[in-house]
Design a protein around this ligand. Structure first.
Ligand code: CMC
Length: 376
């Protein structure tokens, strides 16, 4: 038997590969996409610019940006046969399961884009353009609304909101979602991006890699946390109950969703920006209930556990105030992170090395084989 190796549970602090896409400074609380600070991007850019930046490694010129926006518009429609399949999926399914299965199904109709290699940039744009359509189509059917009309002229953020709300968003609402999409677009080797890269590293196709990633993002320790934060707020109800509910959770050794991070040891910079947007959207709606609850929650969790908020703490309060159903929060995360997943898959194809770590075997060896008839 080989010598046992040291085990780094959860691959914590293991450097698995080199990447130019995203840098997290967990001590300073900084996040960089392709050289640009997330605070500048959130203040000044759009999701379309950020997607271009992640894929091509540079910010687009005005002409390149216009071209990408036009492409997104033309790539939004679903193939008729996939639309029929989405319409037949169970109306009570979680939208993350719908997304996962629909992306997998889309591959049947788009063999060209699914081939690994240079053509994958077309697939990256197609998937980014189409996720809001899948979500909107599913959501409208389960609400008994007529099918979604694809709106090529809208920005990704406005189209996503339009698809989920059945109304035109205001400029402020569309900008809030645009910022949320920018902030969620990439985050280095988070679990879902790692899953995408592992799949791509076997020379599998882009759509399979994104299918793996969606299944991984769904978990409550990853993208699913934003939905759980809102369940917690509903359970708490009023700021005076925060202490009691948090204390009871911690006594039961339960996690408080929206807090803590594997990499950030200080406040997640995305949480700082989303806190401000939660207040702005609360003020615009004349409803600061969630914002005040969250501020109190932050205070108590920091006092009790020394934990800081992560990206999932404030996003749900913004989406809720815009009227978005809770189970669509993680799919919104996916609609943004798809840009990052696909950028990483493209990078993986360019410097491909099969990702295949090793396990330390702690089971038995040399057990005598007993034929089935003699086993008790
Ligand atoms: N609530 C209560 N205790 C916590 C939390 C939390 N949210 N996060 C960490 N801890 C405690 C944990 O119990 C442990 O305590 P002890 O040493 O006494 O056992 C200590 O902090 C270290 O935790 P860990 O699990 O070793 O840390 P990790 O690096 O594996 O955890 C995490 C990272 C995100 C899984 C964790 O902080 C967590 O479960 N947070 C809640 C879920 C959440 O908000 N997820 C969204 C993450 S950000 C979006 C994304 O990237 O997907």
């Amino acid at each position: 038997m080989a010598e046992p190796v040291g085990v780094q549970r959860g691959l914590e602090d293991v450097v698995a590969l080199e990447s130019r896409i995203c840098f997290i400074d967990g001590k300073q609380g900084r996040l960089i996409y392709q050289g640009y600070d997330i605070r500048d991007l959130a203040a000044r850019s759009t999701f379309e610019e950020v997607a271009y930046l992640l894929w091509y490694g540079r910010l687009p010129t005005a002409a390149q940006l216009a071209d990408l926006k036009e492409r997104f518009g033309t790539l939004r429609a679903l193939p008729d046969r996939l639309q029929e399949q989405v319409d037949r999926m169970p109306a009570d399914a979680h939208p993350m399961d719908i997304l996962r299965t629909a992306v997998s199904g889309l591959a049947f109709f788009e063999p060209e884009e699914t081939r690994p290699g240079a053509s994958s940039i077309g697939g990256a744009q197609r998937l980014t353009a189409v996720l809001p359509t899948i979500l909107g189509q599913f959501h409208r059917r389960r609400k008994g609304l007529p099918p979604l009309a694809v709106r090529p002229e809208l920005s990704q953020a406005a189209y996503l909101l339009y698809a989920l709300l059945d109304r035109e968003p205001t400029e402020l609402e569309a900008r809030a979602i645009d910022v949320a999409l920018i902030l969620h677009a990439d985050h280095e080797l988070n679990a879902s991006t790692f899953a995408a890269r592992v799949t791509a590293s076997t020379l599998s196709d882009l759509y399979s890699a994104v299918t793996s990633a969606i299944g991984t993002l769904k978990g409550p320790l990853h993208g699913g946390a934003n939905e759980r934060v809102m369940e917690l707020l509903d359970e708490i109800g009023v700021p005076t109950r925060v202490d009691e509910v948090v204390h009871a959770k911690l006594v039961r050794h339960e996690r408080v969703m929206g807090f803590g991070h594997r990499v950030y040891k200080v406040e997640d910079p995305r949480a700082t920006i989303l806190r401000d947007w939660s207040r702005r959207i609360g003020e615009a709606a004349g409803d600061l209930h969630y914002y005040e609850l969250l501020r109190k929650l932050e205070e108590v969790v920091h006092r009790e556990k020394g934990l800081y908020p992560n990206v999932d703490l404030y996003s749900g309060s913004i989406y809720s105030l815009l009227g978005i159903t809770h189970d669509l929060f993680t799919p919104i995360f996916a609609s943004s992170r798809v840009a990052g997943w696909t950028a990483h898959v493209l990078e993986e194809y360019q410097d491909l090395r099969l990702i295949r770590p090793t396990a330390k075997y702690v089971g038995a060896v040399d057990l005598p084989y007993i034929p089935v008839a003699q086993r008790s």
